[in-house]
Design a protein around this ligand. Structure first.
Ligand code: SAM
Length: 357
């Protein structure tokens, strides 16, 4: 089996060998309580899967100096991803989000989407991207079975966008987004990290956009990581002030379904789009946690702000599926009720590109 190419040539991994591994569809017949769950009553139906930690953007709050090539160990192969997906699906995972780094840098992304979509039990395949070359690739992702698209756009002001990300590509990304909207994806989501001093005063501009554009725009509170404490102190902005402004302007908060993720969503009859707020510093944020994370090298992260990750890669090969399932079930017993961000404890994460956010 051939390897894949990364567009960031200097970080090209070595080609890898074949790992043949597929779980039998019978695994899906497991009893309902085989769903992955923790000791705090939470069930995990959502997997965030990083397929590379390489990123081509230099977002101020994440990789201000750009991606640093280090360990050239290859990220998970398509076969390993297939095994993982089958295992998670057999234990209640219904949605997989592909993330990174920048996942679009892997040229086998359409194949990965296809493999995930063809996994019995997986209902939704989503992708989070910085929008790089979206216009060029979006049709192939759609053909491969992509259901949902999230694009990160921190500012609609080209100069500010450039300053935050290190790239002058806003126009190109918005053109690609328009194309995505014509392809009939479920509602396209746009992520914007709230940044005091950068975009914190641009709410009206974002709202004007949402008025005529049928997207869900999600404001994400900046989170502290091992590498950004000074930046965090200077730029963190609570989503609460946005929430109050929305409510005063007649936006209504949607009721959250039991299995909804942690975003609070708002809608307004005069707007085609809706707004989401992701406020990890708010009370009870973690009580609705429904997700697990796998890094590009195959480590299970029980929490974005948790431990170094548990290496599952040795179990992603033929004949070891039972061990893989057991390992995940046992590791889940260690999942804490909440992160400890309020105490300034960011766990092992240095920046989000490491795990995929
Ligand atoms: N490269 C892709 C992208 O830009 O969407 C996927 C990976 S990126 C790590 C995923 C999301 O995490 C992006 O929306 C990014 O803005 C967000 N992010 C990164 N660092 C963050 C931080 N410290 N606090 C909050 N969000 C962050």
């Amino acid at each position: 089996m051939p390897g894949f190419r990364l567009e960031l040539d200097s970080c090209e991994p070595e080609p890898y060998g074949s790992v043949a591994s597929v779980l039998s569809p019978d695994a899906l017949q497991q009893p309902a309580d085989s769903q992955f769950k923790d000791t705090h009553g939470r069930r995990f139906s959502y997997l965030r899967l990083s397929i590379t930690d390489v990123c081509n953007f230099r977002c101020d709050y994440c990789l201000p100096d750009g991606y640093q090539c280090g360990d050239k160990t290859q990220p998970l192969s398509v076969d390993e991803i297939r095994t993982l997906a089958s295992t998670f699906a057999a234990h209640g995972t219904r949605k997989v989000r592909i993330t990174g780094g920048e996942p679009v840098l892997r040229d086998d992304l359409p194949e990965i989407i296809r493999v995930l979509k063809q996994t019995p039990g997986i209902e939704t395949v989503a992708l989070t991207t910085n929008g790089y070359k979206i216009n060029q690739h979006i049709d192939s992702w759609k053909d491969a079975g992509l259901d949902q698209l999230n694009v990160s756009i921190d500012s609609l002001v080209p100069k500010v966008f450039h300053k935050i990300t290190g790239h002058n590509r806003l126009h190109e990304i918005l053109t690609g987004l328009d194309r995505a909207l014509t392809l009939g994806f479920g509602r396209v989501k746009v992520n914007a990290v709230l940044l005091k001093g950068h975009n914190g005063d641009q709410l009206n501009r974002f709202l004007d956009w949402v008025k005529t554009t049928p997207i869900t725009l999600r404001f994400i509170e900046l989170m502290e990581t091992g590498q950004n404490p000074a930046y965090f102190t200077e730029h963190h902005l609570s989503g609460e002030s946005i929430k109050q402004r929305l409510l005063v302007a007649g936006w209504k908060q949607k009721m959250r379904s039991k299995d909804a993720g942690p975003a609070q969503e708002f809608h307004h009859p005069d707007y085609q789009g809706s707004i989401g707020l992701i406020m990890p510093y708010s009370k009870d944020f973690c009580s609705s946690c429904n997700r697990l994370r796998i890094s590009a090298l195959g480590k299970l992260h029980l929490c974005l702000f948790g431990e170094q990750g548990y290496d599952l890669r040795p179990l992603m090969s033929d004949g070891k599926q039972q061990q893989l399932e057991t390992a995940i079930q046992e590791l889940l017993l260690n999942k804490k009720a909440t992160h400890f961000l309020h105490q300034g404890n960011t766990g092992a994460i240095q920046h989000f590109a490491q795990i995929g956010g």
